[in-house]
Design a protein around this ligand. Structure first.
Ligand SMILES: Cc1ncc(C[n+]2csc(CCOP(=O)(O)OP(=O)(O)O)c2C)c(N)n1
Ligand SMILES: [Mg+2]
Length: 399
């Protein structure tokens, strides 16, 4: 018998993986790919920008409708008037008419953009830095500056102008905004609350508690961080190791975006989208605007002790007012006459403010004790009585 017929083993031309795929017995079900839970929550890697620093428009974006040009013209007007108001307020500190003034020069796109993204019946929760936003909202500038003159806790009626008192304790406005927005939606109204906050204040617990509460209860709040690079003398690099402050939203399930805060068109477009998100019932939204504080923290601070003048100069080239003006001029929406008219309006606004702030305020010292609590505490009643007695003794001494 000859040797058994040995069938030649064919050369292996396929990989073991391919064999496994071909064999029904060994085929494994494809591992399901879990959806990325951060989808829609993380900001873009780079801040949104729609205008170059010289005002040249960048390609339009399908996901971000450009604001109407008439709104941009109005934005320009309010930014110019706002800048003049800001300079006048700093001057009033030097004339002894204001105790202190925190300037927002350089942050005009954020101050005015936030106001224009809202309806008049929405609520604003400002910090001490937002005097310009408040006047841009139409609140009388003397009423705005009453707090900084030290005459009264708040010069305007928050319920009438739908604007909370300016907060000096950092980040407390974040929880106030969450509570108000939740209350409004609970009562079936579609009001949105926008809370301003600084870069430094995002380290405060109240910022995190506000975000968390708003996210869990879908409160319609826009948290708007103006990252102006400093918390008094503390630079951002000593404040956070996060890739950007907008990344602080994801941990709470809050969608966020970062935007070039000196690009007025981008600021308005991003905030308009954020407000629409909140109003539609999707809960809070976090926006971080990258901007710069051109002046010192307040008139009482010397920024040259901790800031390189070259850094300040570099930001001067990104001026938001000049940027919007250049853009509107290039579109034929603004000419010399219109620019002069807005400048004249700003001068008249400042002159009126000066005149009224130079008038001696009439303040009742006892009003200091009003509205501190709904019901005054025994200590307040006692202190009020002490002040009253002292005033009476003074009056007797004068007589
Ligand atoms: C709870 C609390 N801690 C500290 C302060 C003192 N303080 C006032 S302003 C400020 C810096 C805040 O910086 P940032 O949040 O970046 O806002 P910016 O002033 O730059 O607009 C600090 C520490 C305060 N007002 N409240
Ligand atoms: Mg800051």
């Amino acid at each position: 018998m000859g040797p058994p017929h040995v069938q030649e083993v064919p050369a292996v031309t396929t990989t073991p993986q391919a064999v496994r795929r071909a064999s029904p017995r060994t085929r494994r079900p494809a591992t399901p790919v879990a959806p990325d839970p951060t989808t829609g929550l993380l900001p873009q890697a780079e801040p949104v920008r729609l205008l170059d620093p010289d005002g040249t428009p960048l390609p339009p974006r399908a996901d971000l409708p450009a604001p109407p040009v008439e709104t941009l013209r109005e934005m320009y007007r309010r930014m110019v008037v706002g800048r003049r108001f800001d300079a006048q307020s700093t001057a009033l500190t030097k004339q002894g008419r204001l105790a202190v003034y925190p300037s927002s020069r350089g942050q005009e796109a954020c101050q005015v953009g936030a106001v224009l993204a809202l309806r008049d019946d929405d609520w604003v929760f400002p910090t001490y830095r937002e005097s310009m936003a408040l006047t841009a909202r139409g609140i009388d500038p003397v009423e705005v500056l009453t707090l900084l003159r030290g005459d009264w806790h708040c010069g305007y009626d928050p319920t009438v102008v739908r604007t909370a008192p300016q907060c000096t304790p950092l980040a407390t406005q974040c929880v106030h905004a969450a509570g108000l927005a939740y209350g409004e939606s609970y009562q079936g109204r579609d009001t949105v609350a926008l809370a301003f906050i600084g870069d430094g204040a995002t380290s405060e617990g109240d910022f995190h508690e506000g975000l968390n509460f708003a996210a869990v209860f879908k409160a319609p709040v826009v948290y708007f961080v103006q990252n102006n690079k400093y918390a008094i003398s503390v630079p951002l690099s000593r404040q956070t190791a996060a890739p950007s402050l907008a990344y602080k939203g994801v941990g709470y399930g809050v969608p966020s975006e970062q935007v070039d805060g000196n690009d007025p068109v981008a600021v308005l477009a991003v905030l308009t989208r954020a407000v629409a998100h909140a109003r539609a019932g999707h809960g809070p939204y976090l926006v971080e605007a990258h901007t710069y504080r051109m002046e010192a923290h307040t008139n009482a601070d010397d920024a040259s002790r901790y800031r390189d003048p070259d850094e300040v100069e570099a930001w001067r080239d990104r001026d938001p007012v000049a940027r919007l003006e250049a853009y509107l001029r290039s579109r034929g929406e603004l000419d010399d006459a219109a620019v002069a008219q807005v400048a004249a309006e700003a001068e008249a606004y400042a002159a009126d403010l000066r005149e009224r702030m130079h008038a001696q305020p009439v303040v009742d010292p006892l009003s200091l004790f009003n509205h501190v609590y709904a019901e005054p505490t025994p200590q307040l009643v006692e202190q009020r009585e002490m002040v009253r007695a002292e005033l009476a003794a003074d009056a007797e001494g004068d007589a």
